[in-house]
Design a protein around this ligand. Structure first.
Ligand code: ZN
Ligand code: ZN
Length: 304
């Protein structure tokens, strides 16, 4: 299956008091939406709370928040499964409790190209407004290794992990599973070990451009993930220059999210990411956002 207009027409915000819809904003609002957020329904969000995250969103003045819970199938997740029914019930309760906030359902599919059957089964269990395609693990010596282990003592070479990662992202972009957003490109750089020359996107430009071209062909949005406001060199995934290359590769849309795993980090770094998007030419009509009903998103994400 490929992403198409039919699926995108399912985007809607049934509980939004404002009647707002998923939309490419006419006037970008730096903190209007956080489109990558986890709650207690994600296996690794031990401090997560959907209820308190919604309360925090209202405090921050966000108009929308997408709870993109993990659905992972690698050994790293140790068999944890997303309880889609419980999650959807919780979401419904929050939509009632916070009628002025647009609360989108979502899921972050980990390695859906390797686990297409499992990922598709998750999608069938719920109604998801936003699906992120995500890659956390690469193959090393025949095993899937989480990139967060880069700084551990496993002796992983960061350069070769990075090249394996970009190769694997090409596989992700060929996955026979629907998703709308390519999540946190350059993810391993979050964990780049001290003692190595700093990570530079330029050193991997050919690999990155191949990924961006494949993403543009598939018609997904590129996520600007702020890693909960972590320092930009590590935390902004991908780096600003990659966002510019995305534009040059024909990329039409970006999505901005904090990847918060607890209420306290909701929205962290969104303003910076918004500025990066604007500087790369994604200012006026191509940032996934909310400011009123529109069919513009379908146009943006129709495979070119
Ligand atoms: Zn992730
Ligand atoms: Zn995430």
């Amino acid at each position: 299956m490929t992403l198409g207009r039919t699926h995108l027409q399912q985007f809607s915000l049934p509980a939004a008091g404002s009647g707002a819809g998923l939309h490419a904003a006419a006037e970008p609002e730096p903190t209007s939406a956080d489109l990558h957020v986890h709650s207690q329904w994600s296996w690794d969000a031990l401090q997560g709370s959907m209820d308190r995250t919604c309360a925090r969103a209202v405090e921050l003045g966000l108009r929308a928040v997408a709870f993109t819970e993990h659905a992972d199938f690698t050994p790293v997740a140790a068999g944890a499964q997303l309880d889609v029914a419980g999650y959807m019930e919780c979401l419904t309760r929050c939509r009632v409790r916070f009628p002025g906030l647009a609360i989108w359902s979502g899921v972050e599919l980990g390695e859906p190209h390797r686990f297409a059957v499992e990922a598709t089964a998750v999608l069938r269990q719920g109604t998801f407004d936003l699906v992120l395609g995500s890659l956390h693990c690469v193959e090393s010596e025949g095993q899937l290794v989480d990139c967060s282990e880069l700084g551990s003592d496993r002796g992983l070479d960061p350069g070769s992990v990075m090249r394996s990662y970009f190769q694997e992202v090409l596989g992700l972009l060929a996955a026979p599973v629907e998703f709308q957003v390519l999540a946190h490109l350059e993810y391993p750089k979050r964990y780049w070990p001290a003692g190595y020359p700093n990570y530079r996107s330029e050193d991997y430009r050919a690999e990155i451009e191949a990924v961006l071209e494949a993403a543009a062909r598939r018609g997904v949005a590129l996520e600007l993930n702020t890693t909960r406001g972590m320092d930009e060199a590590r935390g902004l995934c991908p780096a600003p220059e990659v966002v510019r290359w995305w534009r040059q590769a024909g990329g039409r849309a970006v999505a901005i999210g904090s990847d918060a795993h607890q209420p306290e980090t909701l929205g962290a770094g969104l303003a910076v990411a918004q500025e990066v998007a604007r500087a790369a030419g994604f200012g006026a009509t191509s940032v996934l956002n909310v400011s009123g009903p529109s069919s513009a998103l379908a146009e943006l994400l129709t495979p070119g």
